[in-house]
Design a protein around this ligand. Sequence first.
Ligand code: PLP
Length: 362
Amino acid sequence: MIELPVRPELVGEVPYGAPQLDVPVCLNVNENPYPPSEAVIAEMAAAVSRAARSMNRYPERDALALRNDLAHYLGHGLTADRIWAANGSNEVMLHVLQAFAGPDRSVLSFAPTYSMYPEYARNTHSRWITFPRRDDFTIDPEAAVAAVREQRPDVVLITSPNNPTGTAVGLETIIAICEAALGVVVVDEAYYEFARTGTPSALELLPQFPRLAVSRTMSKAFAFAGGRLGYLAATPEFVDALRIVRLPYHLSSITQAVARVALAHAGEMLAAVDQLRSARDDLARWLVDHGLEVADSDANFVLFGRFVDRHVVWQALLDQGVLIRETGPDGWLRVSAGTPDEMSAFKAALLDVLARREDDHE
Ligand SMILES: Cc1ncc(COP(=O)(O)O)c(C=O)c1O
């Protein structure tokens, strides 16, 4: 192996990513399992064809038409100048850290949480700080405020509903953190559309807190993971700060065109959300009925356990063609809500594993 002079903190690191395996049942990355209809596929193809006619030109750099559509979708009186968009909310979050964190600055979040955040922190040379959630994965507002006052992070990331636990965070907790924070606060609502009816969005708080941003993605409920489109709502000044750090022409004309088609068919793209919420609730009940511990979920997945050796369980499911995710605190596994057939396959495989490993769950 040639030794390359990579940054010391990258030595020995491996690229992030869930295994992409060719198996019959993929329940590992919280996708919406339902593809677009033939009619929407045809419109997407036509939009790509139109965009291809000017493929010799750079795309619209500020993606204003798309940002306008996203503002319209979110409502809350938002306008294009208050929306930012990038290739997945992963890139949006990287822009946030590039603009507001960095050397001698810090980012705080509440563990266990999304495993990419520490990588964004590492890649932007920011200090990564975690504060523990309670045993039930909720955030203790008083302890969180004390941690924010003590650590004075430049960026606070609150994930609601949280990945990998599914836990939604109440607005009172977000308000308390916003009031205590000296830096910016980002509420990552990647899974918001799956939250139980009546769960308020942090979008409601934007008029009150100029340093608050709310990020969303089209990868989950919107059934658009392959399109790579994440977005964020904040003040125009916050968005302007993100525009400074983005790469020029970061959103391809194809991405913009296809995302606009998806947004024009928002009702249809989101049609399976209710079904997936029911699948999640049924799955959670089924896991409890089978003696497992389940974290309360407002997302399209369920964290369950606890296993003495979760890897053995993960592997045994995979051996039966069911891929789930080995993530979260030790002893827990995460499974996405899928189609009825996928849920049956998962349950049958897990029953088999549990029967064979009667002694393995605590
Ligand atoms: C909490 C959370 N935020 C952000 C993302 C990133 O999503 P994307 O980059 O596909 O928009 C994910 C993906 O799993 C997630 O779980």
